[in-house]
Design a protein around this ligand. Structure first.
Ligand code: ATP
Length: 273
């Protein structure tokens, strides 16, 4: 391993644990009075499809923003492939692809121009960018819209072109914040196929979601977050435990079972008029 990367841990001298794709230690972020992320530790294994799940406001976006070098933590450390995100940002950025929430794209470019621009920013040769862009546009069913300005793309098309831009340099780890939000079932299936193919080759996908069925059907490994803390992390089976579904395990973990589900709204509906 070169350029100062932290090597895999020796466990008991003989067995060498597989390196984590991402290691997070004591990560904190506070916005004024609001503690968004309260000192979390994560060890995300390489080559897995990983879901970061949690209710609204749990701290998923804040975590992913810090892990990908978009937001500076108040405290804590993040290593991607053994490289520190804040001390060695260029090495980390070369290894990751990111599809952030509410992605701002250069939307006065066409889809193809956007990919050409992203590829050149990544330092890829022009012919490689052209070839990969053609393939990605094709697989993501955007070939027909490649010369249309991105500003005129639908929400799902924007997600797909953002995904193509994030994949173009073949990163080791891909971070996706709510990649399926606003995406129709056909496009979701396409995105899913691309991501499954990508992880089979040994790459890692980390995505945030609050749709449990989706996480259950896609992920090998899950981290559950609530109120800025990690409530559970491990394989899908470990996190689900004895619960029949991930959804029920999740409700239990985040303490949502037994919450008033609207009984107090006795004025709501036709009967009370
Ligand atoms: N820039 C900010 N300024 C102030 N508070 C913020 C900021 N960003 C996030 N927060 C707060 O931090 C907490 C975590 O927000 P975050 O967006 O990380 O949650 P999330 O799990 O991604 O939620 P959702 O699923 O609704 O997108 C929330 O209470 C939110 O209001």
């Amino acid at each position: 391993m070169s350029d100062g990367a932290v090597g895999p841990e020796e466990a008991g001298g003989a067995h060498i644990a597989p390196p984590a794709a991402v290691r997070v230690e004591g990560l904190w972020k506070r916005f004024g009075e609001q503690i968004a992320v309260a000192g979390i530790d994560l060890e995300l294994p390489a080559g897995k499809f990983i879901g970061l799940v949690g209710p609204n406001g749990a701290g998923k976006t804040t975590t992913l923003s810090m892990v990908t070098g978009l937001l500076r933590p108040d405290a804590g450390k993040v290593l991607v492939g053994g490289h520190d995100v804040w001390q060695d940002p260029v090495a980390v950025k070369a290894r990751i692809g990111v599809l952030p929430e509410g992605l701002r794209l250069f939307d006065r470019l066409s889809g193809r121009e956007l990919l050409a621009y992203s590829g050149r920013l990544r330092g890829l040769p022009g012919d490689v960018v052209d070839r990969r862009a053609t393939q990605l546009l094709d697989v993501l069913d955007l070939a027909g819209a490649q010369h249309k300005l991105v500003v005129d793309y639908s929400t799902g098309m924007r997600k797909k072109i953002g995904l193509a831009a994030a994949l173009l340099h073949n990163p080791e780890v891909l971070f996706l914040d709510e990649p399926f939000e606003g995406v129709d079932p056909v496009s979701a299936q396409t995105i899913r196929g691309v991501l499954e193919r990508y992880t089979v080759s040994g790459a890692t996908v980390v995505f945030s979601s609050h749709v449990m069925e989706l996480v259950e059907s896609l992920c090998d490994w899950v981290a559950v977050m609530a109120a800025g803390r990690i409530r559970a992390q491990g394989t899908l089976a470990e996190v689900r435990g004895d619960a029949p579904t991930l959804q029920s395990a999740f409700l239990e973990l985040v303490g949502a079972n037994g919450r008033d589900s609207g009984e107090s709204l006795d004025w709501l509906g036709g009967g009370a008029r």
